[in-house]
Design a protein around this ligand. Structure first.
Ligand code: SF4
Length: 291
């Protein structure tokens, strides 16, 4: 039997952006993104075969070309530079990321010292910071320890990267209370990451599984986090990136009658179905009841 995690695969924002890229590639021979549109090599290969070009930065994109801004978003100055050069910009920034960008812009304009909670090297945080009006009155911190070095400001606004945990936002907010006369806390956390993590816990706790096949890119941080959670739950995990790895690990399936399937937020649905069918065929050949 195969049991799927309740939330698996693309989150809303990634699906929206990837669908838009696919649609644009159906109408144009070439479409650009800045950076990989998704941390999944199979999906990137599929899009590249359709004509996707991935640039390292905006200066590589030719004038007159079409660029789709990925779900992470971009700094305002990048969007303005592209438009000034006559690049056709289709902005597919996730609406939840857009909300964080707008909060950063508005509160900075109102004179708040903007504190962004997140990874300073992550494109989403770079994009949000790129919407802050007064860059000299903003900073990025990674956790509550770094919050202790934030200086006193009369007005402070705390804004979170969408993938942060609420417990961390609460701790950081607590650390900043004494560092401002007025503290605005914007909960810009998206539930998609937490939902996928809770879904794998429930998958293991609600079923007597012999193992879980985790589908996702090996460079996908959110898939790695799902692996950590599954292993902490004490379940046998097979992490595969594609159908070939599933076939290569045929021995893993021997005598496993109850198999769960989980997938990271960057794993496309077509790949999940493909691997699910392979597992079903393996179980069928072993005489296991298929779900
Ligand atoms: S994780 Fe949330 S904020 Fe990020 S792209 Fe997906 S839906 Fe949007």
């Amino acid at each position: 039997m195969i049991i799927m995690a309740e939330h698996a695969g693309f989150c809303f924002g990634v699906k929206r952006a990837v669908d838009a890229i696919s649609e644009a590639l159906g109408k144009n021979s070439e479409v650009w993104t800045i950076g990989l549109p998704i941390h999944n090599p199979q999906e990137v290969s599929r899009l590249e075969a359709m004509g996707l070009r991935v640039a390292d930065n905006d200066s590589e994109i030719p004038s007159g070309a079409k660029v789709l801004i990925r779900a992470h978003g971009e700094p305002l100055e990048v969007l303005e530079r592209l438009k000034a050069r006559g690049v056709d910009v289709v902005d597919m920034t996730c609406p939840f990321v857009r909300k964080a960008q707008e909060k950063a812009a508005t509160l900075s304009r109102e004179g708040y010292h903007v504190v962004l909670l997140g990874d300073k090297n992550h494109p989403e945080i770079k994009g949000i910071l790129g919407h802050v009006v007064d860059k000299n009155n903003a900073e990025v911190i990674a956790n509550e320890n770094e919050a202790s070095s934030v200086k006193f400001h009369p007005k402070t606004a705390l804004i979170s990267q969408t993938t942060q945990r609420e417990e961390r936002l609460e701790k950081v907010a607590g650390s900043l209370v004494g560092k401002s006369q007025e503290l605005r806390v914007c909960n810009t956390i998206c539930k998609a990451t937490a939902e996928r993590q809770e879904a794998v816990r429930e998958l293991v706790r609600n079923n007597h599984l012999d193992g879980v096949v985790l589908i996702g890119g090996k460079s996908s941080a959110n898939t790695g986090k799902l692996r950590d959670i599954l292993e902490a739950e004490g379940v046998n995990v097979l992490w595969v990136e594609d159908e070939n790895e599933t076939e290569e690990n045929s021995d893993w399936f021997t005598d496993k009658t109850m198999v769960g399937i989980a997938a990271g937020a960057s794993t496309p649905e077509w790949l999940i179905h493909k691997i699910k069918n392979i597992i079903a065929a393996k179980q069928d050949s072993q005489g296991v009841l298929i779900h």
